[in-house]
Design a protein around this ligand. Structure first.
Ligand code: TXA
Ligand code: MG
Length: 315
């Protein structure tokens, strides 16, 4: 308890003096900076080795703060925020003109959400300014779901506010709207599913090019991930195909598996990818048997999306 208060105050001090701090959220750990401090915002990009074309998500302590970031708050967006915040839903709205373009990578819109983690909301409240925070990993790599993951990712150079493992495990659902804010577009699937949004308005899945979370190679572990989606067994032919595609003479696989229970599969997805790498120092690939549905429903849509981008080979 006393320790947690101490790290909370230290994190606050770091943010006030323009440094980045890794913060817990219900989805994944974020690498946070005060949105009103341009130098701090630049640090996010340099620490992550992240290109400037990838916009950041702004984290708010409550729904009232939307007015300090977004130009307008249309009724449908407000209804969804009231229903799903605090929670893993990022809502993209037209930005206020005083929002630093480095956050939005020059776009006229900004993504924001109120995370479920209480400590993080308290931190934002005390700081008196929202926090821009992408996932706390090097650009293109697997997102961190524990404080330990963040420490390993940045070799201990970033302060981490530890609040245990993330319960959702995959990044927030990112949504935007059509021009008159009557339809919902899903830019990135997450734990707030299409089915959960449908009662409020027509929903379309629209992986936006303005959402580089949608780049083909993203969420990648430190070993090539091979997914056996349709082929159950490693036949001689398949073995030959894989060795040739990976450019190796023999496969030394580190096997990983995912729970049949979708929420648990999502929660442990990144943890298992990381463990597959660390548990087998001799391995030269990760093998996962997992059927990638062509039209997945519920949170499976998020799992399939992340696996498709993390995978080197899918057979
Ligand atoms: O769960 C999460 O969302 C985590 C935690 C830390 O909150 N954050 C996260 O941030 O996943 P990041 O940087 O890894 O993903 C940000 C993504 C962008 O790559 C883009 O896909 C989308 O959010 N995004 C942000 N602003 C956007 C905008 N204005 N228009 C479209 N997409 C946007
Ligand atoms: Mg990310």
């Amino acid at each position: 308890m006393a320790d947690q208060l101490k790290s909370f105050n230290l994190a606050l001090e770091q943010l006030r003096s323009g440094n980045v701090v890794a913060i817990p959220t219900e989805t994944v750990y974020g690498l946070a900076a005060d949105i009103s401090n341009p130098q701090a915002l630049h640090k996010i990009f340099s620490v992550k080795e992240r290109p400037f074309f990838d916009p950041l998500i702004v984290h708010l302590s409550d729904i009232e703060e939307v007015a300090s970031v977004a130009e307008i708050f249309p009724p449908l967006a407000k209804t969804l925020a009231e229903k799903f915040w605090p929670g893993p839903l990022t809502i993209v709205l037209p930005k206020r003109s005083d929002i630093n373009p480095i956050i939005t990578s020059g776009l006229e819109t900004v993504g924001m959400r109120v995370p479920r983690n209480k400590i993080t909301r308290e931190l934002i409240k005390k700081l008196g300014s929202p926090l821009a925070a992408p996932s706390a990993n090097k650009f293109g790599h697997t997102s961190p779901t524990t404080a330990e993951h963040v420490k390993n990712e940045f070799s201990g150079s970033v302060m981490v506010l530890d609040d245990g493992p993330c319960e959702v495990g995959v990044e927030s659902t990112v949504i935007g709207f059509n021009e008159n804010f009557s339809e919902i577009y899903i830019y990135r699937p997450g734990a707030i599913t299409k089915e959960m949004l449908e009662p409020f308005a027509p929903v379309f899945v629209k992986m936006s090019p303005a959402a580089p979370g949608q780049l083909k190679h993203h969420y990648m572990p430190n070993l090539p991930l091979v997914i056996l989606s349709t082929q159950e067994h490693l036949t001689v032919d398949l073995y030959a195909q894989l060795t040739s595609a990976l450019g190796v003479h023999a496969l030394y696989p580190s096997w990983m598996s995912l729970s049949d229970e979708p929420n648990l599969a999502a929660r442990l997805l990144y943890e298992k990818m990381r463990n597959a790498v660390t548990k087998s120092p001799q391995a030269n690939c990760i093998l996962l048997r997992y059927h990638l549905h062509t039209s997945p429903s519920g949170i499976d849509a998020a799992i399939v999306d992340r696996l498709q981008k993390a995978a080197k080979i899918i057979v």
